[in-house]
Design a protein around this ligand. Structure first.
Ligand SMILES: [Zn+2]
Length: 301
């Protein structure tokens, strides 16, 4: 897609179907995010070596701690593996063990249906977690084959520790889940304002190619759409907070305007909850499973 840069696109980019990147400078290879399961990760490694024409990968970057971006690390356990310190902590906590995915949700729930779909879609046979070997907080320059790749910490935003991967020579930014392209973004951790600032950080790099965490390769216009959506959601939710409305009411009354046709529109509930968590830490908000039940029950796409 750009000199030395390739993308592993996992269509259609819905739940757990994330993108990876391969960057080759000189004779060294860096992989961005390692896919969600053993089948995809093994294929990613083979594809990375094939496209780069080398027999080893030097460096892996995990953009954040969601499993779909690092569960495949076991196929890169001979590499330097880099993530933000907050992301590495999140990985070690292993909040959702992929081997136990199918146990989620009570009988007949939407969450149970989703868990079964995930268990059928992803394979974790002989899976083991492999964690980053090196961490950073704000920024790190990775030397690669005589060139450089810049890592920029922008979290907490989508998760507790998100990073952008910038390849200046190629004009490419891999955004992790700061950007979802043509599907509704999720801000798990927040603040949403940090995620908006992270979109601005992507745009400030003036890239010509942007690889989102999910969905097809984008250009700056795609990032501006996510930014506009998030700003709209934030403004609406702050208004609801001011009026004393609860998060479910904020969700039911949110009008995403032209973005309501994006897949998984009901994910707005998760991002709205992060705004409530930020501004009303005194409230007892729904658990992860409770909030996912609302999102999945409404998820027609
Ligand atoms: Zn993701």
């Amino acid at each position: 897609m750009a000199p030395g840069c390739s993308v592993w696109f996992e269509p259609p980019g819905s739940w757990g179907l994330s993108n990876s990147g391969v960057v080759k400078i000189g004779d060294e290879v860096l992989v961005v995010d390692t896919q969600n399961d053993v089948t995809r990760a093994a294929a990613l490694r083979a594809a990375a070596l094939g496209v780069a024409g080398t027999d080893s990968v030097t460096t892996v970057v995990n953009t954040h701690d969601d499993g779909d971006h690092w569960f495949g690390n076991m196929f890169f356990d001979d590499c330097r593996i880099v993530a933000t310190a907050a992301a590495a902590d999140g990985m070690r906590a292993l909040r959702m063990d992929p081997r136990r995915l199918s146990e989620l949700g009570s009988d007949g729930s939407a969450l149970q249906g989703w868990s079964r779909w995930r268990a059928e879609t992803f394979s974790y046979e002989d899976w083991r977690p492999v964690f980053p070997t090196e961490t950073f907080d704000d920024a790190l320059t990775v030397k690669l084959g005589g060139g450089t790749v810049e890592l920029i910490g922008v979290g907490p935003a989508h998760t507790g520790g998100d990073a952008l991967v910038h390849v200046p020579e190629a004009g490419v930014v891999f955004t992790g889940d700061i950007v979802f392209h043509r599907s509704t973004p999720i801000v798990w951790a927040g603040p949403v304002s940090n995620t908006i600032a992270a979109c601005d950080a992507v745009l400030a790099l003036e890239p010509s190619v942007i690889v989102p965490g999910h969905g097809p390769v984008a250009d700056p216009a795609g990032v501006r759409e996510v930014r506009t959506y998030l700003a709209r959601l934030l403004e609406h939710t702050l208004g609801c907070l001011e009026r004393g409305a609860g998060p479910e009411q904020a969700y039911r009354t949110f009008d995403a305007a032209e973005y309501r046709l994006w897949a998984h529109a009901s994910r707005a509930y998760l991002t709205i909850l992060s705004v409530y968590a930020e501004h009303r830490p005194d409230l007892a908000l729904p658990t992860w499973a409770e909030s996912m039940e609302v999102v999945l029950a409404d998820d027609a796409s």
